[in-house]
Write a protein that binds this ligand. Structure first.
Ligand code: NAD
Ligand code: DAU
Length: 334
C-alpha cells in the first residue's frame, strides 16, 4: 500500500509516519508538507533515508503540485493531517486557517477523486463539537453531538469535515473522518500547553495559565491516536465518523502542577483568558471501541512522564524552534 500523508513534518503526522513505518514494513509513505512554522524536518530525520519514504515540500492548496504528486506517486490511501492547528493563532489571523484547512482539504479531496484512491481519511478534532459545561460530568461528545464551533480554527475544521462527508455522499469518494481529543507526546510544537509549560519551566520562564485554569481537556498520548487512525484506515466503515479519546479529563491547572512537580521547577502566572475559551472537552469513544476494538494503551501517568523525559533528552529539537520567528509570536501573546 502507498500512503500519502499530508502534514507529516508536524506533531501528529510525524508520529504517525514513525508508527506506520515500523508497524507496516510492507507499506511505503509519501509525505507532502509545506514546512510552515509548525513543520520540522528534524522530526522526520529517522525516516528520511528509508527507501520506503519520500518527502515533498509543498502546500496542499497548490492544486497543480498536488495533482503532479498523485500522478507520479499513485497513492492508494490519503491521510490528511495538514492544517493550521493552533487556536490562539486562529484568533489572531483566521484567514490562513480557511485557506489551508478548508481550501487545502478541497484540493486533497479533488485529487483523490480525480486519480482514484481506496480511502481518504480526514484527521479532525473534538473541538468541532464546541464545549461542555464543567458542572455536567455526565455529558460527553458522541459522533451525533451537533457541531457548535467556538474558534476560527474549529469552524475551519468543521467545514473540512463536512466537505469530506459531502464528497462521499455526492461523488461516492470512500472517506472516513476521525475526531480526536487533545494529543500530547514527543515532537509537539512548544506553543501547545504541555510542551510550552515544560520548555518554560526548564528555561526559568513563568508558566502562563489562561483564566482560572479550570478548563478541562481530555488528554490522549499521540501513539494511541496513531493506532486508532491505522485501525480506521483498515477496518473503519466508509462514510463514518469516529471519535477518539480515552476518558482522561484533566484541568489545565492539574496538568501544569503535575509538570512543575515532575521537573521540580516552574512558577504559574495567571494570564488573560483566551477569547471564546472552550470550558470542557470529553469524548465518548464507545463507537470506535465497539466497532474496531480500540482502547488507549498509555496511561496519563506514564505518558506524561515519558513526554517530559523526551523534552529533557531532546533539547536541541525544541530549542531550535523556540528561537527566531516563534519568539516574535510568543512576545505578542504573553
Ligand atoms: P501541527 O501544527 O503540529 O502540524 C501541522 C503540519 O501541517 C505542519 O508540519 C505544517 O508544516 C503542515 N502544514 C500546515 N499548512 C500546510 C499546507 N497548507 N500544506 C501542507 N502542509 C501544511 O499539527 P498537529 O497538532 O500535528 O495536528 C495535525 C492534525 O490533527 C490537524 O489536522 C489537527 O487539526 C488535528 N488534531 C490535532 C490535535 C492535537 O491535539 N494536536 C487533536 C485532534 C486533531
Ligand atoms: O482538542 C483537540 C485540539 O487540541 C486540537 O484540535 C488542536 O489542534 C490543539 O491545538 C488542541 O487545542 P487546545 O486549544 O485545547 O490546545 P492548547 O494546547 O492550545 O491549550 C490547551 C488548554 O490549555 C486550553 O484550555 C488553553 C490552555 N492554555 C494554553 C496555552 C497555550 C493555557 O492555559 N496557557 C497556554 O499558554
Amino acid at each position: 500500500m502507498i500512503l500519502l500523508v499530508t502534514g507529516g513534518a508536524g506533531f501528529i503526522g510525524g508520529n504517525f509516519i514513525h508508527y506506520m513505518m515500523k508497524k507496516h514494513p510492507e507499506d511505503s509513505i509519501v509525505c507532502i508538507d509545506a514546512l510552515t512554522y509548525a513543520g520540522n524536518m528534524e522530526t522526520l530525520a529517522d525516516v528520511l533515508h528509508d527507501s520506503r519514504f519520500k518527502f515533498f515540500k509543498g502546500d496542499i492548496t497548490d492544486r497543480a503540485l498536488v495533482y503532479d504528486i498523485f500522478e507520479s506517486e499513485h497513492p492508494d490511501v490519503v491521510v490528511n493531517f495538514a492544517a493550521e492547528s493552533h487556536v490562539d493563532r486562529s484568533i489572531e489571523n483566521p484567514e490562513i486557517f480557511l485557506q489551508t484547512n478548508v481550501m487545502g482539504t478541497q484540493v486533497m479531496l479533488d485529487a483523490s477523486r480525480k486519480y482514484g484512491i481506496t480511502r481518504y481519511h480526514q484527521v479532525s478534532t473534538d473541538e468541532v463539537y464546541g464545549d461542555l459545561p464543567l458542572d455536567r460530568p455526565d455529558l460527553f461528545f458522541t459522533e451525533d453531538t451537533p457541531l457548535h464551533t467556538s474558534s476560527p480554527y474549529s469552524a475551519s475544521k468543521a467545514s473540512s469535515d463536512l466537505l469530506t462527508l459531502a464528497y462521499n455522499r455526492t461523488y461516492g469518494l470512500p472517506v472516513t473522518v476521525s475526531r480526536c481529543s487533545n494529543n500530547y507526546g514527543p515532537y509537539q510544537f512548544p506553543e501547545k500547553l504541555i510542551p510550552l509549560m515544560i520548555a518554560n519551566a526548564l528555561n526559568g520562564k513563568p508558566l502562563p495559565v489562561y483564566g482560572d485554569g479550570k478548563n478541562v481537556r481530555d488528554w490522549l498520548y499521540v501513539d494511541d491516536h496513531c493506532v486508532a487512525i491505522d485501525l480506521i484506515l483498515r477496518k473503519g466503515r466508509v462514510g463514518e465518523i469516529y471519535n477518539i479519546g480515552g476518558h482522561n479529563e484533566k484541568s489545565n491547572l492539574e496538568v501544569v502542577q503535575l509538570i512543575i512537580k515532575a521537573l521540580n521547577q516552574g512558577e504559574i502566572k495567571f494570564v488573560r483568558d483566551r477569547a471564546g475559551h472552550d470550558r470542557r472537552y470529553a469524548i465518548d469513544p464507545a463507537k470506535i471501541h465497539g466497532e474496531l476494538g480500540w482502547l488507549p494503551e498509555t496511561s496519563f501517568e506514564d505518558g506524561i512522564q515519558s513526554t517530559i523525559r523526551w523534552y529533557l533528552e531532546n533539547r536541541p529539537w525544541w530549542e531550535h524552534i523556540v528561537s527566531g520567528e516563534y519568539q516574535k509570536y510568543y512576545e505578542l501573546m504573553y
